[in-house]
Design a protein around this ligand. Structure first.
Ligand code: C2E
Ligand code: CA
Length: 455
């Protein structure tokens, strides 16, 4: 009897031990395989799954990367807040991907996912779109002041790759392309791959030319005139005649330079050379000419940017009043606090600030009022439809009205026709830039055509 009791007790103890052992191993498994913040399975589990799927080679699947965008990165209030928002994002994505198909990447701002046995490209594209929309949805208080989006890149097995490495590379390429302006797709395609490789070689050439004493670069100047077509200032625009490739449009190489950070060197070069040119022209009889130089966000964000500009002015003994700096509305809004401080410091040097492409970004009127700005540039796309298009005219009138309220100067660009010129001047626009006067031309042609007799 006693023996039997002993046996039952031993069995009970053993069961408890086993249960505890299982719990410990579950916990260990969770710790090893799951992300502590989101609870999602980690990348190495996905790698195992993908390798298995590839080995079996029985089904097709899509592999994707979803990276939260720079607005998420800028949430630096507390790390805890970032973790909560990461968790919320994962919860939003789970119903779309299915809990088992969503994984935490090694990066803390990124998810990985697979779509097993997708039907067709459309099926994949629909899911991508759903994910993008879901991440963008507003957050509840206390995070309701925060909004961010994401970039997605997806590659298909076996259409785009037949191993994990290639899948990851192609998904990353698709993600990079997705960030490029006007490129809608985030699903890899051979065309996207080709575009990426062309960009890569152009970027290498850009780097090599910069290192080779800015080989092939020069600055073109476009006149800016008043209502009487008298020359007031000019915009400095960078040109690149690349060795063996020929002329590359700024619309192509400037975004590459911005993406790679090379714009910092190019921007500095443009600034120094445009100011040097201005010094030469001002030493002639042209006493009131000014030059506008384009700035990219990255330049403005450099800690030594104000010092660079101030040193350039000092070394050339040039007054700040001879210089205008142009920055786009979206560049300002990318980091409004920093932009506000830096632009004010530039104004303290006597430099005027122009807001480029005004009306194409998303700054609110109240934000506009807070920024140290002198001039609004009305973009070509609004001017193109003048004078016939009533909607375009309303748009231009609205910008001119805002400028009047805040005391900004107005400059319309891309004016090609006399009717556009007359319409804008009639509506009260103060300055005009466009092919109607001249396209951007090299320094010596500019001097000959616009400064002869005065230089
Ligand atoms: P943006 O600052 O908006 O410059 C105005 C663009 O409009 C220039 O193109 C100019 O050539 C063009 N344009 C001016 N008037 C007319 C016109 O009547 N008709 C037409 N069709 N076009 C006109 P561009 O030189 O190709 O420059 C393109 C963009 O590249 C610039 O746009 C600017 O964002 C960027 N960029 C050029 N140089 C620099 C630079 O030194 N630094 C930076 N950060 N960006 C630059
Ligand atoms: Ca400009």
């Amino acid at each position: 009897m006693e023996d039997k009791l002993d046996c039952t007790e031993q069995l009970r103890q053993a069961k408890i031990e086993l249960q505890l052992e299982k719990e410990r191993s579950d916990q260990l498994e969770k710790l090893l395989n799951h992300d502590p913040d989101t609870g999602l399975k980690q990348r190495h589990i996905l790698v195992r799954r993908i390798n298995r799927l590839i080995m079996e080679n029985r089904s097709r699947f899509a592999f994707g990367i979803l990276r939260l965008d720079k607005h998420y990165q800028r949430i630096r209030h507390t790390r805890d807040r970032m973790k909560v928002l990461l968790y919320i994002s994962s919860e939003r994505l789970k119903p779309i991907t299915g809990e088992n198909n969503l994984y935490q990447s090694d990066r803390s701002d990124e998810f990985l996912f697979i779509i097993p046995d997708y039907k067709d490209r459309k099926d994949v594209e629909n899911q991508i779109e759903e994910m993008i929309i879901k991440i963008k949805e507003p957050h509840n208080p206390p995070a309701s002041d925060i909004s961010f989006g994401c970039n997605v890149g997806v590659a298909l097995f076996p259409d785009h790759a037949n191993n994990l490495e290639e899948l990851e590379v192609n998904a990353e390429i698709a993600l990079g392309i997705f960030k490029e302006k006007n490129w809608k797709g985030s699903l890899y395609s051979p065309e996207i791959g080709r575009h990426y490789h062309e960009n890569q070689s152009l970027e290498s050439l850009l780097r090599a030319c910069i290192l080779n004493n800015f080989e092939g670069f020069h600055i073109a100047y476009q006149p800016i005139v008043n209502r009487n077509k008298q020359l007031i200032s000019c915009e400095a625009l960078l040109r690149w005649d690349a060795p063996e490739v020929g002329v590359v449009s700024p619309a192509r190489f400037i975004p590459l330079a911005e993406e790679s950070g090379l714009i910092i060197y190019l921007g500095k070069w443009v600034l120094y050379n445009a100011l040097r040119q201005m010094k030469k022209w001002l030493e002639g009889k042209m006493k009131n000419l000014q030059v506008s130089v384009n700035l990219s966000t990255l330049q403005l964000e450099q800690d030594d940017f104000i010092e660079t500009v101030s040193n350039a002015l000092k070394s050339l003994e040039l007054p700040g009043e001879a210089v205008h700096l142009e920055i786009t509305e979206s560049a300002v809004m990318a980091n409004p606090e920093l932009a506000k401080n830096r632009l004010a410091a530039l104004q303290d040097l006597g430099i005027e600030i122009m807001l480029d492409d005004f009306g194409t970004g998303y700054s609110s009127l109240s934000a506009l009022n807070q920024f140290p700005i002198n001039t609004l540039k009305i973009p070509k796309e609004f001017v193109d439809v003048l004078p016939e298009d009533p909607h375009g005219l309303e748009m231009v009138r609205a910008i001119l009205g805002i400028a009047k309220t805040f005391g900004f100067t107005t400059l319309a660009e891309g004016i090609e026709q006399q009717e556009q010129f007359d319409c804008l001047i009639g509506e009260g626009c103060q300055l005009i830039q466009g092919y109607i006067t001249s396209p951007p031309v090299g320094a010596s042609e500019f001097e000959e055509r616009f400064l002869s007799g005065s230089v």
